[in-house]
Design a protein around this ligand. Sequence first.
Ligand code: ADP
Length: 408
Amino acid sequence: MNGSTILVINCGSSSIKFALIDTGADTQLVSGWAERLGQPEAQLGWKTEDARGSQPIARADHRGAMEAIIDRLEEIVGSRYGGTLTAQLAGIGHRVVHGGESFTRSTAITSAVLAEIERVSHLAPLHNPANVLGIKTAQALFPHLAQVAVFDTAFHQTLPEHAYLYALPYELYEQHGVRRYGFHGTSHRYVTRRAAQMLDRPDADLALISAHLGNGCSAAAVLNGRSVDTTMGLTPLEGLVMGTRSGDVDPSLHEFLSNQLGIGLADVTNLLNKKSGLLGLSGLNNDMRALEAASAAGDHRAQLAIDVFCYRLAKYLAALAVPLGRIDAMIFTGGIGENSALVRAKTLDHLAILGFRVDAERNAGHGRQSNGAITQDGSTLALVVPTNEEAMIAADTIELVRQGIAEG
Ligand code: ADP
């Protein structure tokens, strides 16, 4: 663990996810979460390679939860590796959802950087304030440790103007920052780099499409290591069908629903974010596993939800071929992308026009026996590449820590 251990923090409004990563050995030592913060049922859970546990942290706020996390980590580190966590931590990496146009890469957090993250928080009012709270709490607990912000939006800052602008009055972009930003950048960056390693080719010479399919879903076109288009926009609601989010709808829908249902804009936004997508279509569940089981048992609406999900996905993946000109590989990642052979097969069947032909056996094995490949030899290549956002955040953090030491 010597000197290369990074604590990764993903702080939400009522939860904190964390991971302790030894970047030298490229291994995750501990991961866990604190959830339902502020409530009587607040809980802390953790797992290591061979053990797991949980404990109540009743009514803990973010600071209380972070202290409980550190105590738990100290105990695990002391008993397993010897020494103290605080003596071995090289830095803390924070996931930050929105960096606006200010942050094009991961950045060491100074007071000016923190102020800038707060300044762009109106772009992600549900997420950035919680991320800032996580940073401030970690700074209070570890005032002498380097803290790094890793932005979901940063990887997509290479989109060209014609890809990121909406066809709206230009002043809305200039004065209010209305444009497409894209999200899941840390995952798209990680899996496209991994794909380059798996293909044994430099990522500076690859045309890739990556589909991150978890509870949130987005896809990106990545040309020579740079994101050139993506499906999410000003907010993570745009684009693909997701667990509870609608993805693209007619922009007139807000007014229509407001009139028809007699509800306000905030309620319509809530409906599109929380009650739509797989959940809304199926009327059952937002979880793909549950929908696959229900569909196999004959539930028509579950089947329909999967069909809409895969069709929309295929249509948008085809659109992402436009900025690439060619496709060296299509990547599936995230809980659904890594585990659902059904979704991958249905989606790629829609994309026969781009030369994809699924290999049923490779796909059923999630590409594990075929270096990720789930398509037939001679077909356009599709790969399963497991994502690891925590590893990417830890790698960025240790790199900036080392640069700081070299410069300082
Ligand atoms: P998050 O975006 O919250 O990180 P994940 O990346 O873990 O979410 O993805 C969650 C989704 O992955 C859920 O819809 C879940 O049903 C789906 N999933 C996980 N395992 C499987 C599986 N074996 N088959 C189909 N879907 C799966």
